[in-house]
Write a protein of this length. Structure first.
Length: 635
């Protein structure tokens, strides 16, 4: 059987190990070829090919439910569930998503983009199953890196308290999340993962006791306690931890031995209550280049399969915002030993790996634990340090209570640097940085700023480090800057809450924030070609607003346009509208941003076009709304 013939995972039933091994090779080939062309996550999926095949051969997936953690490790799952013919559209507009989506396929039982969610979701499904009197297996597949997230541990704690609830947790232990895992739990797993399994001692211990003549079928309380103690000795140390938490532990199992995996999963399905199968895998398995560089090949832009090298762009690009951030942070940290960079398992993504390499004592990776990262930063700030928490906008959502309770209420000077703010492209709805303006600006004591380009990012970093009277946040986008000149040192901080006028005109006021400043300037030039002159403000700050600058101009000009790359509801445009109303300035306001929809995966420019956020579209809508000129007037 060829992989292209599989449209339902139950077609794996009855196939020999040799046939499954052939399909495994085909999955890896298709995976590699697709990611090499489209870009995307590589290492995670390559590492779980045999795990997926072994697990799915032991399940009836017309009935049983598998919940994958994160989702980017589920590319083999996608190829086995009817998406082979469309897999070449991976991460493209209207194509196969890079993560799991319930609306995409009936076998995607739970959407996943952030880590540490699968055990909670699978346990919820298992409890619903039992309440409804249904019969199906609930399986959570979670990576070892996700165990650094408190939510996974909370779910394990709850599941272990429910000994009659059948739940299978498959721990995919590859020693990695994106970067090497940090923390006591991964270190414990790594220490024990190569220990030879001694599960047979545990499995056979009770039967051996029953052979003793004076014991028979029942064990006295004393011998029962001895039996339980011996079971703990018979299980590898890491297994003893899970056993004490209420799980039956099996493993570690070779995650690339299909025959062993099938036998193990068949055994696990027969055990009542919560069961954890510990599977040892190699991230990037089957592609030697990815195996050797598991960090670099976690995800890749389009690359040459033979060499593993990225396909170069047709022309040089300006430096990425993350690169400018990292370079500036290192420079500032060299001058100020109180600066501490904090990442939540995203060292390479945020650029903090550069700080780690240069100043390791001023670098902290907390693992996939954003809540802990924020409160840790609060503790550092309380002791006079200058913590810089570099966390993707979408991931900072996970620490919202800590931002309010531990940072803002206590007015501690934590500097939040929100990478990937705005439209992120192919990663889709779970990763779009749409909400940080809205969810942060409503919190007392918080200051919000966003740079118009990479040079202003440098100045805002100095501003954030120097702001010691409370918390401050800076959002900046994924991708490259504009190529504006950068400075190596001597950056001047900005005055808190002060914007700047970039262009003057008497017909319309355009107030832009962050990444929308440049499109705002371009829209103003297009309007000028049609006899409409605009004043353009780079707001710089969403909170506090520069009302001294904005309000008089709004009152004078009488037409206001706001531009932001984030949700319109509660966002920057809302802040402007509220300020105008509070000042009794009743002028028409046209807000541009992301409406009340989820932005799906696509190239960022495709998404911006669909959302009406290109400079030409802005100019068209301003002409039509304020000046009653036809849309066709702009070409």
């Amino acid at each position: 059987m060829h992989l292209s013939e599989i449209t339902h995972p139950n077609q794996l039933h009855g196939l020999s190990v040799r046939q499954l091994q052939q399909i495994a090779r085909q999955i890896r080939d298709k995976h590699l070829q697709t990611v090499a062309v489209n870009g995307g996550h590589l290492g995670p999926g390559l590492g779980v090919v045999e795990l997926t095949l072994g697990l799915y051969q032991t399940l009836d997936l017309d009935r049983d439910k598998v919940i994958w953690d994160v989702g980017h490790q589920a590319y083999p799952h996608k190829l086995l569930t009817g998406r082979y013919d469309r897999f070449h559209t991976l991460r493209q507009k209207d194509g196969v998503a890079g993560y799991l989506k319930r609306c995409e396929n009936k076998f995607d039982h739970f959407g996943a983009g952030h880590a540490s969610t699968s055990i909670s979701a699978a346990l919820g499904m298992a409890l619903a199953r039992d309440l409804k009197g249904e019969k199906f297996k609930a399986v959570a597949v979670i990576g070892d890196g996700a165990l650094t997230g408190g939510m996974a541990l909370e779910a394990i704690n709850h599941a272990g308290h429910l000994p009659k609830t059948n739940l299978l947790v498959v721990l995919n232990d590859n020693e990695m999340s994106i970067s090497p895992n940090v923390g006591a739990i991964p270190r414990y797993l790594n220490k024990m993962r190569l220990s030879p399994p001694v599960q047979f001692i545990k499995d056979n211990f009770e039967e051996q006791f029953k052979q003793i003549p004076f014991v028979g079928e029942s064990l006295s309380p004393e011998l029962g306690r001895i039996k339980e103690g011996m079971k703990r000795l018979a299980v590898p140390k890491v297994g003893a931890v899970f056993e004490e938490l209420g799980f039956t532990y099996i493993g570690p199992v070779d995650g690339h031995n299909i025959e062993e995996l099938i036998a193990t999963f068949q055994q696990a399905h027969q055990i009542p209550g919560p069961v954890l199968v510990h599977v040892a895998t190699v991230k990037g398995k089957g592609y030697e280049i990815a195996e050797q560089d598991q960090v670099g090949y976690h995800a890749q832009s389009p690359f040459n399969i033979t060499t593993g090298k990225a396909i170069p762009s047709s022309k040089p690009k300006p430096p990425a915002y993350a690169k400018v951030f990292a370079h500036t942070l290192v420079k500032l940290a060299e001058q100020n030993p109180k600066i501490i960079g904090i990442t939540a398992a995203m060292a390479t993504g945020t650029g903090l790996d550069k700080l780690q390499a240069k100043l390791p004592n001023q670098y902290i990776d907390v693992g996939i634990a954003e809540q802990h990262a924020v409160t840790l930063a609060a503790g550092l700030a309380a002791e006079g340090m200058r913590p810089i928490a570099a966390i993707y906008s979408t991931f900072l959502q996970r620490a919202y209570d800590q931002i309010i309770h531990d940072v803002c209420i206590q007015n501690l000077p934590v500097f939040f640097c929100l990478d990937r703010a705005g439209i992120v492209g192919a990663d889709g709805p779970t990763h779009q940085g749409m909400y940080d303006i809205a969810y942060l600006r409503c919190i007392p004591n918080m200051v919000l700023m966003a740079p118009k380009d990479e040079a202003e990012l440098q100045r805002m970093m100095v501003t954030g480090v120097n702001h010691t009277s409370g918390p401050i946040a800076m959002r900046y986008p994924r991708g490259n800057g504009y190529g504006v000149p950068l400075m190596e040192e001597g950056w001047e901080p900005l005055e808190i809450g002060k914007g700047e006028i970039l262009r003057t005109g008497d017909d319309v006021l355009i107030v832009s924030y962050g990444t929308m400043v440049n499109p705002g300037m371009q829209a103003a030039e297009i309007l000028s070609e049609h006899g409409i002159e605009a004043t353009v403000i780079n707001a710089r700050f969403a909170k506090p607003l520069d009302t001294e600058l904005i309000l008089p101009l709004a009152k004078k000009i009488g037409r206001v346009v706001t531009l932001e790359e984030g949700c319109v509801m509660g966002g920057f445009g809302s802040a402007i509208a509220e300020a105008l109303l509070d000042a009794d300035i009743l002028v028409p306001v046209k807000r541009f941003g992301v409406p009340d929809i989820l932005v799906d995966h696509a190239e960022p420019n495709e998404s911006k076009t669909e959302l009406g956020l290109t400079s030409h579209q802005i100019a068209e809508r301003v002409l039509e709304a304020f000046f009653k000129k036809q849309v066709s007037a702009v070409v």
